[in-house]
Design a binder for this molecule. Structure first.
Ligand code: KG4
Ligand code: ZN
Length: 335
């Protein structure tokens, strides 16, 4: 079964053709990073307009690379939630138009579900159940993936997402957007013990995260130094901050896996590309003899191949949308 998949939830316009949820036949991503770099972050209005400009070409390319035409496909999967509403609407409406004209089923895909499904493309043998740490710019969740379309959130962030905290800290350190990626690069070779940061816990919710205190700590440190006319060594500061964030992510994953009896640990979302997180998680899983699954780097960030992977399982579960499908800025992964 071959699906055309479309993703436009944030600042990447993407389309892909995926076979049986596991094989990528094409994967085209048009990134808007260069446009948003001068604003230091994604400007939603600009993102929507750029999606509108790019989407036809991106979809056409995805079909060409896969040597496919709509008549040879079995469905159209599209990210409908969560994300920037104007950005999502571009993909949703484009997919609706294609579905209407071709008669192919329209398959609504949740963005975090698709991030998890990126792992099905990297590991053909991976099957639920497993415990997944989903860490992106907007979300930090510990999710029990009970089945391909059944999820149970066991931990979540109470404030900032991990990616958001990394982006804000990077910005305070003077690093360009996208902050998390640039922080990862600059922190390489830095002293992770140079600065001590708090490791916040959420009382009574051992699997929940809280990153805003950590982010404020680094921002205050930088402001205090600049008031005294000092500049802090960004390499060491970045390495120490990243280490503190990764400690929180690994600690809660370890606790949840032990308490819920999981031996398969999966990473997902843009932050799962982080080199320190990947390394530290590999150590943790080795120590417990747990299996670790991480998407290949190219599939960690937003792309449509992962939407095609999850779309396959949504279609198999009978999850097909009608022409009144709307985009939603927020939506629980369980819904
Ligand atoms: O999943 P994603 O591409 O978009 C959302 O769904 O939010 O995640 C984007 C987040 C951003 O916060 C970005 O800074 C972060 O992923 N990110 C990284 C790395 N690459 C992207 N964070 C740390 N290390 C990286 N290598
Ligand atoms: Zn994402």
């Amino acid at each position: 079964m071959k699906l055309l998949a479309i993703e436009s939830s944030c600042d990447e316009t993407a389309a892909a053709v995926v076979e049986d949820g596991r094989k990528v036949l094409s994967n085209v991503v048009a990134s808007q990073v260069q446009e948003h770099i001068r604003f230091g972050g994604v400007v939603p209005e600009i993102a929507s307009r750029m999606h509108a400009e790019a989407i036809t070409g991106v979809v056409r390319q995805a079909l060409e690379h896969a040597d496919a035409s709509l008549s040879k496909l079995d469905g159209i999967a599209v990210t409908y939630a969560p994300g920037l509403i104007g950005a999502l609407l571009v993909g949703v409406n484009f997919a609706k138009g294609l579905s209407l004209s071709s008669g192919l089923p329209l398959i609504p895909v949740h963005h975090l579900r698709s991030h998890i499904a990126a792992n099905y493309l990297t590991y053909k043998e991976l099957e639920p159940p497993f415990l997944c740490l989903v860490v992106s710019g907007g979300h930090s969740h510990l999710v029990e993936v009970l089945d391909y379309t059944r999820f149970s959130v066991v931990g979540r962030t109470r404030d900032d997402a991990a990616g958001e905290a990394l982006d804000k800290a990077a910005r305070a350190m003077g690093l360009p957007y996208p902050g998390g990626l640039n922080l990862d690069r600059i922190a390489k070779g830095g002293d992770a013990h140079a600065y001590r940061f708090p490791h916040p816990r959420v009382d009574g919710s051992p699997f929940d995260f809280s990153f805003s205190g950590l982010k404020t700590a680094v921002v205050n440190l930088i402001h205090n130094a600049s008031q005294k006319g000092e500049t802090l060594p960004v390499k060491d500061l970045g390495a120490s901050f990243l280490s503190a964030v990764v400690d929180c992510l690994c600690d809660n994953t370890e606790k949840a896996a032990m308490e819920r009896g999981h031996q398969k640990i999966v990473l997902a979302g843009g932050v799962s590309a982080n080199s320190v997180l990947r390394e530290r998680m590999a150590h943790l899983c080795k120590r417990h003899s747990w299996q670790l699954f991480m998407p290949e780097i190219a599939l960690c960030g937003d792309n449509a191949a992962m939407v095609g992977a999850q779309g396959y399982y949504e279609l198999k579960a009978g999850n097909v949308a009608q022409m009144d499908l709307n985009a939603c800025a927020t939506m629980p992964i369980e819904a």
